[in-house]
Design a binder for this molecule. Sequence first.
Ligand code: PEP
Ligand code: MN
Length: 353
Amino acid sequence: MTNSPERNPIWIAGPCAVESESQIRQSAQLLHDECERKGLHLDYFRAGVWKPRSHPDSFEGLGQQALPWLAEVQAQYGVPVCVEVLTPEHVRLCEQYGITTLWVGARTGVNPVEVQKIADTVRHKPFTVLVKNPLVADLKLWTGNIERFLQADVKGVMAVHRGFADNKENVLRNAPCWEIPIALKVKYPEMPILCDPSHLCGDVQYIPQTAQIALSYGFDGLMMECHPTPEKALSDAAQQLTPVQWAEMVSGLQCPVNQPDRDLLRQRALLKNVDHQLSQLLWQRMQIVDEIASIKKEKHLPVVQPHQWQKVVERYHHPEHDECYNRFLDQFLPLLHQHSILRQQDDKPHTES
Ligand code: PEP
Ligand code: MN
């Protein structure tokens, strides 16, 4: 199914930054034309006005002078425009120009004090706020930022996953750490969560695959950078698609439908059964570990016995397992070992710190 009617993803597109009046007009016009041609609906037009850049000599955005141009795009095409805000003053300026969809960027997201100031400025007002993940891979920091807007009574809060800075030389600009946005989705099932494959990938060649992964995982939409002439872009040139490329790509994405399915329900019933057994077995295992602990203590035997643990690890491996399952075991078994050791300590912790 391509863009099935049962589940319409939220599409956000537009340039990294407003660079001039003509560039922003052209961006909006071309995106509009492509949407008409392909039967797509653009939910929001994005464009940065204040750009937090690493180096002071980089293009840092045109600031307030760009806002009337964006207000014009909004009026001419009937598409809400969204802008990154870094300070309460930015919020007030956007409001003044009728721009009520804002996003909090990854850099601002690492500073809860600044996020709170923005939340206080939008309090009880009809803003839509997109909360991007902070640069650091810290779910609590991200959810804390989201809570600030929920507590400020903002009705339209959405999360945006743009990957995490990890300083590793990977092909992707940022580490996806998919488990983090998935945990966020589980915590806030009703809140739309979008992916920003542009900042996540940093290079257009990786965008289609990442966009598809996000939709397949059940993300509710995509925010993507789109520039009339990406090679001339003043920021993030390598990751911006042309409007034609954007529309082509979006039209080719598979959007999973969210409907009950008989085959799926049958497998879930099996899974439920297995989970019950697994839970009981793990608990039973921990109780045996407690017994072993008493024996070791009574007989003055060491808690950690590496050869014994090696035998346990071997027990879990089997030639029929695939690579993916082996990777799971590589993470799971050390955790099991760690907890078994914890239970064998006199001062075993009963609560998480
Ligand atoms: C952006 O979307 O232009 C941007 C700067 O994003 P991020 O905060 O995710 O780097
Ligand atoms: Mn950008």
